[in-house]
Design a protein around this ligand. Sequence first.
Ligand SMILES: *Cc1c(COP(=O)(O)O)cnc(C)c1O
Length: 366
Amino acid sequence: MIPFNDLKPLHNLLADELNAAALRALNSGWYILGPELAAFEAEFAAYHGVAHAVGVANGTDAIELALRAGEVGPGDEVITVSHTAVPTVCAVERAGATPVLVEINPDTYTMDAAAARAAVTPRTKALLPVHLYGHPADMDALAALAAQHNLLLVEDCAQAHGARWRGRLVGTFGHMAAFSFYPTKNLGAAGDGGAVITNDAQLAERLRLLRNYGQRVRYHNVMRGVNSRLDEVQAAVLRVKLAHLDAHNAQRRALAAVYDRELAGVMLPRAVGDVEHVYHLYVVRHPQRDRFMEALKAHGVGTLIHYPVPIHRQEAYADLGYGPGSLPLTERIAQEIVSLPLYIGLTAHDAETVAAAARQALAETV
Ligand SMILES: *Cc1c(COP(=O)(O)O)cnc(C)c1O
């Protein structure tokens, strides 16, 4: 049996370092906004070559606080995609703004720049592309669109730590970029975590205030904020894993190359253009997706769908007013996609086993 995901092998690989780091934080007697967070923020900013990183409690908060720091709020529209994890849209609404959902490029599964352009109105305040599955969105077109209409550009990098667009790391194109360190992400904590990066000192200052009740000096509040902090134990764990991020992304690419080589008969993911894909997820497409998944399960391979129901078709978001067929590409893709196992600790041999099972499953799915 090969499960869809397993976080234990990665922990075991780094157990000595992780245990030492977690214990160092635990034994320090300082648990919130301390030296581990300061060090992680400096290291995460340096990794990206940007001036500031601000740790927050999770990736959803990272997006919300980035929007709020950029003064996006009630009455403002934020253009993003329906084909994403629901937190992207949760965060827009938590900031008080209105999500405007647009189509994706069917090869990269990321925001279609022409669709985004067509969705701009006088109320549009921000553009929120998602580097989904680890593939960068078209940052040339999207950055140009943001500049042309004077929009705040926030990148959702929750699935793309270390990915590159034309040699440049994602997260360095926008005014701000939001990261999640949920345990399954390419850079994952031992619990929840998130961060926002930016080169803008004023935005960074607003983010530091927002995450800590809006106080600059203890008990003196200069703005209305929230409690959203990355704690010392998580920061210590993330410092260990950040040092291995590029090596782990290279392992993910090597596993993806095995699937690319061994699989035929399904539509494979493609790295389109001059990009470095980091394969947070390896997503294939097949018109008989449900039967293909069942056959794979019978062959002992776990799979998942990212995501089975586009946000604009979710019950909870019915009042956004997108009827069936309003984003036809997004809706069709949601019925055809399936994610294969790809995680640190999966071996090339395991990937060959999955591919062999997939070939059998395909033969049975006619
Ligand atoms: C995981 C994820 C988030 C949110 O992250 P949390 O840390 O779970 O709040 C946001 N956007 C995308 C695309 C994600 O995959």
